[in-house]
Design a protein around this ligand. Structure first.
Ligand SMILES: Cc1ncc(COP(=O)(O)O)c(C=O)c1O
Length: 407
């Protein structure tokens, strides 16, 4: 029930800083400007250290979580602008930026888990995360169980009460675009739940709204969006982010102010880039699905995606990534990626240039043959990161490259 209004007091003026009613794209334009003074663009605080007028002030800064005017490994105003923007877009109380997505993920895993703890992680993961969980965690006495994120209830079933401290998911997953159900992960009680939302960005899904505790991004990708910044970020409650900050200050994988500035610049155009890339990916996915050299196309916008209904439920757009398999295996894959003329062969994603990647030989090269199969990666699997070129130039480019491998 609304409170009765007191006719004798004047109506409260709207708070000009309140952006809660705005659309996410508008928030992405406005957010993270607290330290801009009158500059429209972010100010680059390219300094390692800050002058403190007294030792009392120095002591206060040295012990304050998130201090952003003490020493840049602890915090920095440009980096803080980026952190504030991500926190706002994710609906989080706080965020901490890192030198890369892996910096953020390793802080979450190693900062929150101790010897004897157990992690439930999804099997379909970016290979760097998978290797961290598979190789570093056992060295520190942390046990990890991998589950198939596409099987309902698989995360909850693998939890060991009193032992499992962390549940780690990635959705959509790299590179097969498998989805994890955010409502299901958010409903888990006990362990801290984490979602790597890199492929979606905060404009496509907000895991915290589903009850997830922490969201991580490789902001190197679509958030910074121009292949010129290596950057990661974690967002969640003040309490969890402060805890991570205490670890991050010792870990030293802090974001550079320059990369954070590029992260903020990227956020301003994220909405239009995502819409364009999603539309192009949809068109290309439909063309590839009908092509005789292609055996399977994975794209959350296709009716054939096995989790299409889940995609519609938790994502506002299907995104700019798609993955397909070539009938001719490795040789077909090699011929294809070496004959595109508009799309370029490179790892990474989310930038203006369309990139084709051969996961089995690059991003996931360290996985065993069995692990590759478990991740849905075949010798002829190609991942595509749609750029901002005209889509018909890309359709023509893919068609000419595919013509070279037709029997
Ligand atoms: C889903 C996902 N998470 C994390 C990472 C790691 O990010 P970074 O390269 O910024 O360390 C990547 C890199 O490709 C990724 O695709």
């Amino acid at each position: 029930m609304p409170e009765p209004t007191d006719a004798s007091s004047p109506p409260e003026a709207p708070d000009p800083a309140d952006r809660s009613h705005l659309h996410p794209e508008t928030k992405a334009i406005r957010a993270g400007r607290a330290d801009n003074d009158t500059a429209l663009a972010p100010i680059l605080w390219a300094t390692t250290t800050f002058v403190t007028p007294t030792i009392d002030e120095g002591r206060r800064m040295a012990t304050m979580a998130g201090a952003n005017r003490f020493y840049s490994r602890y915090g920095n105003p440009t980096v803080q602008g980026f952190e504030d923007a991500i926190a706002e877009l994710e609906g989080a109380e706080s965020a901490r930026a890192f030198a890369s997505g892996m910096g953020a993920i390793s802080a979450v895993v190693l900062g929150l888990c101790s010897k004897g703890d157990h992690i439930v992680a999804q099997r379909q993961l970016y290979a760097g995360t998978q290797l961290l969980l598979q190789t570093a965690c056992p060295r520190f006495g942390i046990d990890v169980t991998f589950v198939d994120a596409t099987v309902p209830g698989s995360f909850a079933e693998a939890i060991r009460p009193g032992k499992t401290t962390l549940v780690f998911a990635e959705t959509p997953a790299n590179p097969r675009l498998d989805l994890a159900d955010l409502d299901e992960i958010g409903a888990i009680v006990g362990p801290i739940t984490v979602v790597d939302s890199t492929f979606a960005t905060p404009l496509v899904q907000r895991p915290l709204d589903h009850g997830v505790d922490l969201v991580v991004h490789s902001a190197t990708k679509a958030i910074a969006g121009h292949n010129d910044a290596t950057l990661g970020v974690v967002a969640g409650s003040e309490e969890l982010v402060q805890w991570l900050w205490s670890f991050a200050v010792l870990q030293g994988a802090n974001a550079s102010p320059f990369d954070a500035m590029n992260g903020l610049r990227g956020l301003r155009t994220l909405g239009v880039r995502l819409r364009h890339q999603s539309e192009s990916a949809q068109r290309l996915a439909e063309v590839l699905e009908r092509h005789p050299a292609v055996t399977r196309v994975s794209y959350p916008g296709l009716e054939s995606h096995p989790q299409r209904e889940l995609a519609k439920r938790q994502m506002t757009l299907p995104g700019g990534l798609l993955t397909f398999d070539l009938a001719g295996g490795l040789e077909a894959g090699r011929t294809f990626v070496e004959s595109t003329r508009v799309a370029q062969l490179a790892t990474s994603l989310g930038g203006p240039e369309t990139l084709v990647t051969h996961p089995a030989s690059t991003t996931h090269v360290n996985l065993t043959p069995d692990e590759l199969v478990a991740n849905g990666i075949e010798p002829g699997t190609i991942r595509v990161s749609m750029g901002l070129e005209h889509v018909e130039d890309l359709v023509a480019d893919f068609t000419q490259a595919l013509a070279g491998i037709l029997p």
